[in-house]
Design a protein around this ligand. Sequence first.
Ligand SMILES: Nc1ncnc2c1ncn2[C@@H]1O[C@H](COP(=O)(O)OP(=O)(O)OP(=O)(O)O)[C@@H](O)[C@H]1O
Length: 479
Amino acid sequence: MLESYHHTTDSKKEESNRKNKVLVADDEQSSRIMLGHFIKKMGYEPIYAIDGEECIEILEREEIDILLLDIHMPKKDGFEVMTYLKDHNIRIPVIMVTASHEIPKTVRCIKMGAYEYLTKPLDTERLQIVLRNALSESELHDTVKQLQKELKTKELFHNIIGQSLAIKQTIEQALQVMDTELNVLILGESGTGKELFAQAIHEGSRRKNGPFVSVNCAAISHELAESLLFGHVKGAFTGANNDHIGFFEQAHKGTLFLDEIGDMDADIQAKVLRAIQERKIRRVGEKIERSVDFRVISATNRNFTVAINNNSFREDLYYRLEEYPIFIPPLRDRKDDIVLIAKHFLEEFCSANNIKPPLFSSEAQEEMKNYHWPGNVRELKNAIQRTAIRSKNLNEIHSVMTPGSREYHKEDLSRRSTNEEEKKSPVSSPSSIVPLDQMERQAIEDAYRACGENPTKTAQLLGIGRATLYRKLKKFGLN
Ligand SMILES: Nc1ncnc2c1ncn2[C@@H]1O[C@H](COP(=O)(O)OP(=O)(O)OP(=O)(O)O)[C@@H](O)[C@H]1O
């Protein structure tokens, strides 16, 4: 089994090589000083907040590893800070610092997820143990989060093969946006995997249990565009025998994938923009508007700047679609992936056909890397499938049939010569057949004139002897 994308990052602390930050939220200066001193001695970095509000401000802007939280504070107390952490799904270990009479409130904080509590006056030995344990728990939590992310990446992108930096960056972008509701525009040449990415983003989103409706905008005719996209009611136009639900409605609670968006009919663009902005559509022939809950992912291999400049694409619609752009690089710009993807397709094909997969020779690997793959992964897939069929009984593949390969040239030449013959052939019916004698005369005359009536050169180019040429010239009255 080949490896698909595997995300690895070091833990955040290794990345920045920084000290653990401990936020001390306490309104009593003496407590802050004492705790700060102790925290420094343990090798951590103390940060201070004098009330609950300041504590929240710091939590919003800084990455804090542990919070030492006093219960009784002005502005917002410890319980309110805990509520904030819970509401914002911020998971850091919180150690409550509390006076004995505040125990009931502290217990409520523990129930809300605080890690531990310590009573004042503080027992420094216990503080040390609790801080250490809390930190290792925090690190464990980070590791678990990281592993969960890696697992999610593996699951969602299992069919996107690639180890190159370029594809890893694209996957990272997709991971970042999938949880949001932003409209995503996927840019890339034909066959780079735009639809594959669109599906992965849908699968990783909150809409994964809803439909993924894929629409090829280039295939929608001008006349049917409105009805196909927004639906129609029975009797709306001749031939509308039933109510029809359009693509936007079909995508309710899910994702609408508008493929080849650059080819969308100019007349329908204003209506599409409105539907995306208002999240409402109107079926053809109906007065009422319907609310639809969808997210748009669109894709194109076109250059939008050109389309916008020549007014074939609305700029406002473009910006609406492009809330988060993702670019998939062409295969020739991620050469590291080519052999990996080729092996994947070869294995896939051979296992489906119960064949032992051959190996690619180093020559074949170089050949694949050097070719420019204008049709990208789709072209590579086709080339591998053709090659696999031809190489059924081989242990090693020495060439993949591509327009750049030797194999292809051989086939291409024979194909081309046949085509050329066909093109040149003036024979389309018996009446157009020209007698051989006449054709020979024409060929000799043309060559003789083209060579400036030089018999030596003419004979040479026609592949006949000078004597034969003289004879023929005489026969046809050309001398
Ligand atoms: N990284 C990849 N790993 C494995 N298969 C891939 C990869 N990228 C693309 N493919 C495969 O290549 C083919 C083309 O992919 P896809 O249809 O997603 O491309 P596209 O960019 O949407 O093409 P188009 O612009 O022509 O619609 C599909 O069979 C897809 O499964």
